[in-house]
Design a binder for this molecule. Structure first.
Ligand SMILES: *Cc1c(COP(=O)(O)O)cnc(C)c1O
Length: 411
């Protein structure tokens, strides 16, 4: 920070803005356009990048107005990225550093991670691009098919283990202590250095105006800290003069941070046994970055909310019905927003950013189940199943007329 402070806020704003939309290697990447703040000493030739970042900041105009009476709601689509989740932002940094270490003949034979799906997809893609072996530990039958097929297709060594994420995490920590495998989980701060650029990018996309709220779905809790760090650095280095309030949103079925928050931060943190949730990437009971997350929330006057399966699935369906196609984790964040709106904590005109963490196409099975009205103990209120019609003109005309009548504006 001392070295970065040799330049003022305007210098950094102008530098970052000058790199947007350029292809000069590696600055076209949303992460490496902030290289001086991420991993300054790496040689550009050693960087492994898929031009991640620079993701869509979507004005959720209709969703905000229709469901929340909000005028200034935005969704930062971090999942519109090379492997379909924000994990790319951190993985480009970690794999670049490993690439560099290997060129320096350090004893790193491969890179490994435990994953709820998206981390392994990102790790295997970036490793494959650089020709580095990757090893992933996945909880058997607990991730989506789309997520499982990504590391398989990218040539990772995939271990499907009959335990949950927390069990995989424990095992890989033991294994990497014995073998020359570099551990890629987000307790590794290189990942967070890359992920924090999403926060800087949000400020940049608002022409360096600071939003009031940023809502992030949290599981292992690295990302909520990364967002804090990005905003904090922008304030410390004079690019902006304040930071937004952060909200961490958890699934009620995997809510150790929420319980810790409710008990008052001073109580001792207690891990939980995570139950099954459609938000499978945050089905984590013993988050490794708990201390960082608590720090980030305290420093940003933050809040923790939770969402039931019903709430998160309904929020996802409603958002999709206004033109988005979000993942269940983003549903968790939207459900948290609904609660904070209803309590009057977030106001009508508050500029609010919901962080969408993965692409909805990775989680189609949950949407298929919802729209088929095929989920046990869950009322799929906004299901929109296809209409079965006989292949004749009269039948097709009948259903269309009925449909159009229901859509005629009433006044
Ligand atoms: C990893 C992930 C999260 C959670 O991020 P943490 O840093 O573990 O809190 C949320 N959503 C998706 C889609 C993810 O892949």
């Amino acid at each position: 920070m001392a070295a970065l402070k040799n330049y003022d806020g305007k210098y950094w704003r102008d530098l970052f803005d000058s790199r947007i939309g350029k292809t000069t290697w590696p600055y076209g990447s949303g992460v490496w356009s902030k290289k001086e703040w991420v991993l300054p000493e790496i040689d550009s030739d050693d960087i492994v990048s898929a031009f991640e970042g620079n993701s869509n900041l979507f004005w959720a105009e209709r969703y905000g107005k229709q469901f929340l009476s909000m005028n200034d709601l935005w969704v930062k689509h971090c999942g519109i990225s090379h492997t379909g989740s924000f994990k790319d932002l951190g993985m480009t940094v970690l794999v670049s550093q490993v690439n560099r270490l290997r060129k320096m003949n350090r004893p790193v034979v491969g890179v490994g991670c435990a994953s709820t799906g998206d981390t392994s997809a990102a790790l295997s893609a970036y490793c494959a691009a650089a020709g580095i072996p990757s090893i992933v530990f996945l909880p058997a039958n607990r991730i989506s098919l789309a997520q499982l097929v990504q590391p398989i297709a990218n040539g990772a060594f995939v271990l499907s283990i009959d335990t949950d994420f927390d069990g995989c995490m424990q095992l890989i920590r033991e294994v990497t202590a014995e073998l020359p495998i570099y551990l890629a989980n987000s307790l590794n701060s290189l990942r967070l250095e890359g992920q924090k650029t999403a926060a800087i990018e949000i400020l940049q996309q608002f022409d360096w105006e600071v939003p009031d709220w940023v809502i992030v779905p949290g599981g292992n809790l690295g990302n909520i800290y990364a967002f804090y760090k990005g905003f904090h650095m922008c304030k410390e280095l004079g690019l902006v003069d304040k930071i937004p309030r952060l909200v961490c949103a958890q699934a009620a079925n995997a809510n150790p941070l929420y319980l810790h928050y409710k008990a008052g931060w001073d109580q001792e943190f207690k891990p939980v046994k995570a139950n099954t949730t459609f938000a499978s990437a945050i089905q984590i009971g013993d988050p490794v970055s708990i201390d960082r997350a608590v720090y980030a929330l305290k420093k940003s006057n933050g809040i923790v909310e939770e969402a039931s399966e019903q709430e998160l699935m309904d929020a996802m369906a409603q958002a999709d019905s206004t033109g988005m196609f979000i993942c269940p984790h983003t549903g968790v964040a939207l459900a948290a927003l609904i609660k904070l709106r209803n309590q009057g904590i977030i106001g009508t005109n508050d500029r609010t950013v919901v962080v969408s963490t993965a692409h909805g196409l990775k989680f189609t099975q949950s949407k298929i189940d919802y729209h088929s009205n095929d989920i046990k103990d869950l009322a799929c209120k906004y299901a929109n199943p296809p209409m079965q019609v006989k292949a004749d003109f009269g039948s097709v005309m009948d259903v269309l007329k009925k449909y159009l009548l229901s859509k005629v504006p009433k006044n």
